[in-house]
Design a binder for this molecule. Structure first.
Ligand code: FES
Ligand SMILES: [Fe+2]
Length: 328
């Protein structure tokens, strides 16, 4: 639902699948997430404020608790009681990896599984100053596929990441595909040769310690990891679906070096954020125009090859959950 630092003591509106949610932190510091419409007369609650840990509607001042139940109605007479229907839907939230995760499932009010463990981040630290957000003009299935695809980098990211020579080998040897119920992961060699941006400061290591890894976590998270010898950096990207044509990507940034050298840490955070944003802008130039806008998990007429292995696995995972009883 977004990075943890985005939620505080003011209502934050989140667009979600053509609708809106509102989030804030209650007195316990927990993120409360609710539908952004007042039960009284449909006013947007995001325009209100937080008072004593309650969400206050800006129209007639109804106050909602963390469970969504209305606790106070200023205009209520002494001979009236708060109507039973005076409540808004709330959703379970949990914070992990610098991200607020929300459980939004129509028929299951309580989470039925844990947030996936991301082993890549072991030994790394979160650097919130390098976190970024970017609004893609495309559907989240397209931004996710873009986010787990190593093959486009030498073509699309010449400016931000680096270029390849005219004789570069752009084939991908057999790569290991890790498959789980809700995840898919693969490791790929780095193809870019003339590296630009901050990445050029890393010394190249042996091929087995220079690689990219991408993890997909159902339904909308990707984790790209770069390893250059002993240096590792990664991001956790939440692809938040606004609508069929817009996806907000919020990313937390992680690395295992330059943790707290005052000047270099700040500089590196800034450069990382700048390069990260540039990469997403370049990605958007493609994603905003792909057809069809929404990936077809089944029966697509797109022609995939071996290097699309992770994309294919993503489609399989989505198919599994989007079509609980697939036709045989
Ligand atoms: S519409 Fe929210 S208090 Fe009236
Ligand atoms: Fe990209």
């Amino acid at each position: 639902m977004g990075v943890s630092t985005a939620f505080g003591d003011q209502p934050k509106v989140i667009r979600f699948l053509g609708d809106e949610l509102v989030g804030y932190r209650n007195a316990n510091g927990d993120v409360v997430l609710a539908d952004n419409r007042c039960a009284h007369r449909g006013c947007r609650l995001g325009g209100g404020w937080i008072q004593d840990s309650h969400l206050v509607c800006p129209y007639h001042g109804w106050r909602y608790g963390s469970d969504g139940v209305c606790r106070h109605i200023p205009a209520l007479r002494a001979d009236e009681s708060i109507p039973a229907g005076a409540r808004i839907n709330t959703y379970r939230t949990q914070e992990k990896y610098g991200i607020v995760w929300a459980w939004i499932a129509e028929h299951e009010p309580e989470p039925t599984y844990e947030i996936e463990y991301i082993p890549e981040l072991d030994g790394m630290h979160h650097h919130p100053k390098a976190d970024i957000r970017y609004l893609f003009k495309g559907h989240f299935t397209r931004t996710i596929e873009n986010g787990i695809d190593p093959v486009h980098a030498p073509f699309l990211h010449g400016k931000s990441v680096g270029k390849v020579g005219p004789n570069a080998d752009l084939t991908y040897p057999d790569f290991e595909l890790v498959k789980g119920e809700r995840i898919a992961k693969a490791r790929f060699p780095v193809k870019v040769e003339r590296i630009s941006g901050i990445v050029r400061f890393f010394l190249k290591g042996e091929p087995e310690t220079v690689y990219k890894e991408f993890r997909f976590i159902y339904p909308n998270v990707t984790v790209p990891l770069n390893r250059f010898g002993r240096l590792e950096f990664a991001s956790v990207l939440a692809h938040i679906p606004y609508s069929a044509t817009e996806t907000l990507v919020e990313a937390t940034n992680w690395r295992n070096f330059l943790q707290s050298t005052p000047f270099f840490t700040r500089w590196f955070d800034r450069e990382t954020a700048k390069t990260g944003l540039q990469i997403l802008v370049e990605d958007n130039s493609i994603v905003e125009d792909q057809d069809p806008r929404v990936v077809r998990y089944r029966g697509s007429n797109e022609v995939l090859i071996k290097s699309d292995g992770l994309v294919l696995e993503f489609r399989k995972v989505m198919r599994r959950f989007m079509e609980p009883n697939p036709p045989h």
